[in-house]
Design a protein around this ligand. Structure first.
Ligand SMILES: [Zn+2]
Length: 750
């Protein structure tokens, strides 16, 4: 009882303290008005409605081109209209391959035919919709018919091939079998092909998302022996996401299309995903050296590497058809600055029924839209235009969002202030990723959202979660003392990619997760039954997601001054600069040490003749690079950001007139664009952002300052020096913009 009283007192104090602080970009008076509207907004999203949206949208398979995908698009359009939004569907025609022939068999030393099938489960009512389910496959695998010895390659990453070199094993002319995980799946066939493999299998090991983690479906949430992860293997990190036939332009009816042969992003070798039920006999038939300990999974077999004696035959053929993608676009016009846009999206297509991916995010988006409809009726007038987007074709590789962003590129570059994405939701902690000029805003919002389980703010819960997971005392110290939690940089793998990486629009990606482990990703078992038994079963985190994203949208749409903040950004740029220096130093040390061990004869002397290994090659120690331009630029940005912060704080007492506000906001909208260069990243010009990008060898996982970082990782040191200069110039341009914005505010305040 005493504890309860204490909690109540603390909450009251925090609330009244918060009530005094103005939101970034608002005056004290407009903060109060905004707070009232936001409070009304957050009371509206309903868990029960979200449950019904999920039941409806995931009732049948709804992949690109399917009947129910189109039906869902019409249904979403009708809801937006019913809630009073100005909505329409935009359709693009994109290349979307579906399987015609899939054969995988072992022909030596014993015979085995892979089932390649996910059976219906009696207790799961949508798992038996066979005629509408896409078979298990990897989209944008090339057609192929190959027979070769099998080699196990761990996760199939570049480092794994270095380990294979040490074991004296080549995959040239072989078919590789890789585990799912630790990289985006398309990296595995890409790296295998670079090493001369002619085919690629990817399986889900039970150590990663099967019985090693928890009970398997339907007794538990994890992957059962037949579950298969479908998914795209389009090589988007080295070329571009979206329709492979229309890179850089919208896939409209009259668009000039490449031939399939000319398309850069289709895989170089045939690739097929399989279950651990199908993988086990293949892996069990391998001989050759034992796999390194860290490679081994949770199957009850000794993990050998091969090659052979297992020999497999893989035959794949696809229907290479154009299919429509239907994006639903809904608008709420802005009252004061209608030419400044806040864009919010989540996809609606799935691999199969897709309750978690993507409907758990789509249902939250729909409740936000419904709530905004209610607020508009009550007299809410957002200052800026809000655009809600339900994307189609995300699963094959961000088709709907990329084509829309490419088709509307000029308008978006001019008008779009921010893009906010979600792509599914679960239970647990708030995950915040995005442009660091929005880090402060997201921290501000997260303090106002209540966690449904612990009842503390989602900000507090995430802070304590990060303290619990922190690796060092320094990290814990920062988590306790830094005003804002750090936001993750964005890589790729979902619909913000074209907005952020191609157009340079400040972006956010949000979700709740961490207490929702599952093994149904991209299988027929990601459905209403699974979600309502094992994930956010009461839909309270669905409501929390609506509240989080909707509040962010409102704050951005209503603020007099767009709530960008640059000291967190400058701090992040400083941090990245130091990380890059450390990366180079670590490489130098590592290579020096290895060369020394070669000189000492360490590898020869410690060789176990019964388990022979090959000594690593001698390498040149990386040269020193000149990071001075980046340090100077980061310092310039830090000074500009501090100046802007100070003038913005003063402006809260003396708000500028509407002409100044408009020109200031137009300037702020361009701030993220300063980090783009039209020439793009080296060898992948579609990616124009110099601060964030997907890794060429990681895919989804981000590479910050990718031009410099990847040049160091890939040992192109002259290029690294050139890229440092290019990034430094972009940071200086950003500092100049922030200074100019501060000057506008200072003049207005005089
Ligand atoms: Zn998704």
């Amino acid at each position: 009882m005493r504890n309860l009283v204490a909690v109540v007192l603390i909450l009251t104090f925090n609330l009244s303290a918060a009530a005094q602080a103005a939101f970034t970009g608002f005056t004290a008076a407009s903060t109060q008005t905004e707070r009232d509207w936001e409070t009304k907004f957050r009371a509206i999203p309903s868990p029960d409605n979200q449950r019904e949206y999920m039941r409806r949208l995931s009732a049948r398979p709804h992949h690109v081109g399917s009947a129910y995908d189109k039906d869902n698009a019409q249904w979403i359009l009708a809801r937006f209209k019913e809630w009073g939004l100005d909505a329409h569907i935009e359709t693009f025609d994109v290349l979307f391959p579906t399987p015609k022939i899939r054969i995988l068999e072992m022909i030596e030393p014993t015979k085995f035919a892979a089932k390649l099938d996910e059976p219906a489960i009696a207790i799961d009512p949508t798992s038996n919709q066979k005629s509408e389910q896409l078979p298990t496959y990897n989209a944008y695998s090339i057609d192929g018919d190959v027979t070769a010895p099998l080699v196990f390659v761990n996760y199939g990453l570049p480092k794994d091939y270095e380990d294979l070199d040490r074991l004296g094993i080549s995959v040239k002319g072989a078919i590789v079998i890789a585990k799912y995980g630790n990289s985006w799946r398309g990296i595995k066939p890409k790296v295998a092909a670079e090493h001369g493999a002619i085919g690629c299998l990817i399986y889900s090991d039970p150590a990663d998302d099967g019985y090693f983690v928890d009970d398997v479906f339907p007794q538990g949430p994890m992957r059962n022996p037949n579950g298969v992860q479908r998914g795209s293997v389009m090589d988007f990190p080295s070329s571009n996401p979206g329709d492979p036939l229309t890179p850089g332009i919208g896939a409209t009816p009259g668009a000039k299309r490449l031939t399939i042969k000319e398309a850069q992003s289709i895989s170089k070798i045939p690739v097929l995903p399989i279950s651990y039920g199908d993988a086990q006999p293949l892996l069990a038939a391998l001989k050759g050296p034992m796999a390194p300990e860290s490679w081994r999974g949770a199957l009850a077999i000794p993990y050998h590497v091969g090659p052979g004696p297992a020999k497999v035959h893989l035959k794949l053929e696809f229907n290479w058809d154009l299919k429509p993608v239907n994006d639903i676009i809904a608008k709420i016009p802005g009252s004061t600055e209608p030419d400044q846009w806040i864009v919010r999206g989540n996809h609606h297509d799935a691999w199969v029924n897709g309750a978690e991916d993507p409907i758990s995010g789509q249902m939250a988006l729909l409740e936000e839209a419904r709530a905004f409809g209610e607020l508009l009726k009550q007299g809410w007038k957002p200052r800026r235009t809000i655009i809600y987007c339900a994307w189609d074709g995300e699963e094959p590789m961000l088709l709907g969002s990329t084509e829309w962003a490419e088709a509307h590129a000029d308008e978006l570059r001019q008008h779009a202030a921010v893009y906010i994405n979600t792509d599914g939701n679960g239970r647990g902690y708030l995950g915040m990723g995005g442009s660091h000029s929005l880090e402060h805003l997201m921290n501000e919002v997260a303090r106002d959202i209540e966690d449904p389980e612990s009842k503390v703010s989602v900000w507090k819960r995430e802070q304590l979660h990060e303290i619990r997971e922190a690796k060092s005392a320094d990290d814990r110290q920062e988590l306790r003392s830094r005003a804002d939690l750090r936001m993750d940089p964005l890589g790729s793998g979902t619909d913000y990619t074209a907005f952020l990486d191609h157009l340079g629009i400040a972006s956010l990606n949000l979700e709740y997760s961490g207490e929702d482990a599952g093994g149904i990703y991209h299988s027929i078992y990601d459905d209403f039954y699974w979600y309502t038994h094992f994930s956010d079963t009461t839909f309270v985190y669905g409501r929390a997601l609506s509240q989080t994203v909707g509040t962010t949208v409102m704050r951005l749409a209503d603020a007099e001054v767009l709530p960008f903040e640059f000291t967190d950004l400058a701090d992040t740029v400083q941090k990245y600069t130091k990380e890059l220096e450390k990366l180079l130093k670590d490489k130098q040390d590592e290579i020096s040490e290895r060369n020394r061990e070669l000189d000492e004869g360490l590898f020869r002397a410690t060789l176990d003749p019964r388990r022979p290994t090959v000594a690593p090659p001698r390498e040149d120690v990386p040269p020193f690079l000149n990071f001075a331009p980046m340090h100077n630029a980061a310092d310039a940005l830090t000074r500009a950001a501090q100046r802007y912060d100070k003038t913005l704080a003063n402006a809260q007492a003396h708000p500028p007139n509407s002409a100044t506000l408009q020109s200031l906001n137009e300037q702020l909208i361009q701030s993220e664009r300063r980090f783009t260069d039209d020439a793009g990243l080296p060898r992948r010009p579609w990616y124009k952002h110099l601060l964030y990008g997907p890794g060429v060898y990681t895919g989804y996982a981000p590479k910050t300052v990718p031009g410099v970082r990847e040049a160091i990782e890939q040992k192109r040191y002259t290029e690294a020096d050139q890229e440092i200069v290019r990034v430094a110039k972009a940071i200086q341009d950003e500092a100049a913009l922030v200074n100019a914005a501060a000057e506008q505010l200072e003049k207005a305040g005089q």
